[in-house]
Design a protein around this ligand. Structure first.
Ligand SMILES: [Zn+2]
Length: 381
């Protein structure tokens, strides 16, 4: 089951007229629940990240300033939010959410945080709506716990992951990959392990071509055993700050390509949603929801029925043959159980994902397809 970190405090109320679209954090889970993409049990509430873990990445003086509300006016201006105890609590919770997602991702292949991706936070300062760098904290946590040895951070938010690049500039265990607008904030860019600066007006085709060119090669050379994906939707043509011309469908194809590439190589991934500043909040929510909708496919199996012999003769028996595939990679799945409900008739897919159920008596049945790592499917035959 896809696990999603979320707490009501993610949607922190900012002073009226503030340009940051906080409401999206509330609307994304609301929409996903409403449409039935997820259920309450998909969501979990993280605790606060401990100081000890934060300090594996951040500077102690900076953390004290955040916690004691002693950031200067200019430091607060760079962050873009007025300091408050609730805001730092929210950030600590989001950071823990990203860490918890890593545990679920190792277990299930993927987990998502309905916030996070605060990639402009440096070890000793925050900027651009980012206080703590959740992915950096989680990456250091994974390394410290021995749960990963080589991490790839795929940052496809339209803004460069400058804080992340700086934090890991001399740490070979974390490879930072950022595709971002060349002329967007931050105007002084740090050096990621791989930066792909994009020209203003980069369209969907160019964007996807570049991603499809670079990502597979990175997976081959970096050989990550864990990945983070920052799925900012400020690449959209409607975005106020993005300067790119990527369609909402293109944004969805971007997510699908990242998921497909990682799943093919069985690399677990934690997703944090990053930015999105389209004037209509419904566009932002829709584009982010697409990421979650696609993530759900990680747990779906496709059933391809190649032959089905049904006999009208009362004594004759029917049979059904087919294949079971992973819905994202389209690879055949071995060892999947298939059985007719309320009978002892059933089988398991072979190494090539094929199955053959014979001697099906006449009547209507439910074909149940189940496996530990996938959602059970039931089909009437
Ligand atoms: Zn951004």
């Amino acid at each position: 089951m896809v696990k999603i970190a979320y707490h009501a405090c993610y949607a922190y109320s900012l002073p009226e007229g503030h340009r940051f679209p906080m409401l999206k954090y509330e609307l994304i889970p609301e929409q996903l629940l409403h449409e039935g993409t997820i259920f309450q049990e998909n969501l979990f509430e993280p605790n606060y990240c401990s100081d000890e873990v934060v300090l594996w990445t951040h500077d102690i003086n900076y953390l004290h300033k955040l916690k004691q509300q002693t950031l200067s006016a200019s430091e607060q201006r760079k962050i873009g939010f007025p300091q408050s105890p609730e805001l730092i609590e929210r950030e600590l919770m989001i950071t823990q959410g990203t860490i918890d997602c890593c545990i679920y991702a190792i277990e299930n292949g993927i987990a998502l945080n309905v916030a996070g991706g605060t990639h402009h936070a440096f070890a000793d300062r925050g900027e651009g709506f980012c206080l703590l760098n959740d992915m950096a904290v989680a990456a250091n946590w994974l390394l410290k716990k021995g749960l990963a040895k080589q991490i790839l951070i795929i940052d496809l938010d339209v803004h460069q992951g400058n804080g992340t690049a700086k934090i890991f500039e001399s740490d070979d265990r974390v490879f930072t990959f950022s595709m971002h607008g060349a002329h967007n904030y931050p105007f002084h860019k740090e050096v990621s392990n791989l930066d792909i600066p994009l020209l203003d007006g980069t369209d969907t085709d160019t964007y996807l071509t570049l991603l499809q060119y670079h990502l597979p090669g990175l997976l081959e050379t970096v050989k990550p055993d864990f990945a983070f994906y920052l799925s900012g939707v400020d690449i959209l043509e409607t975005d106020k700050f993005g300067k790119l011309k990527v369609s909402i469908e293109g944004c969805k194809q971007r997510d699908a390509f990242v998921f497909e590439s990682l799943k093919e190589k069985a690399i677990p991934v934690t997703v944090a949603i990053g930015g999105g500043y389209s004037p209509d909040i419904r566009t932002i929510v829709e584009a982010h929801c697409n990421t979650f909708r696609l993530a759900k496919d990680f747990f779906l199996m496709l059933l391809v029925i190649s032959a089905c012999f049904f006999s009208m003769d009362t004594n004759a028996q029917s049979s059904i043959r087919g294949m079971v595939l992973d819905s994202i990679t389209k690879q055949p799945l071995a060892g999947i159980n298939l059985f007719l409900s309320h009978t002892s008739i059933g089988t398991t897919t072979d190494q090539s994902g094929h199955f053959n159920i014979e001697r099906i008596p006449q009547g209507k049945f439910e074909l149940v397809i189940s496996s530990l790592n996938y959602e059970t499917r039931t089909i009437s035959i």
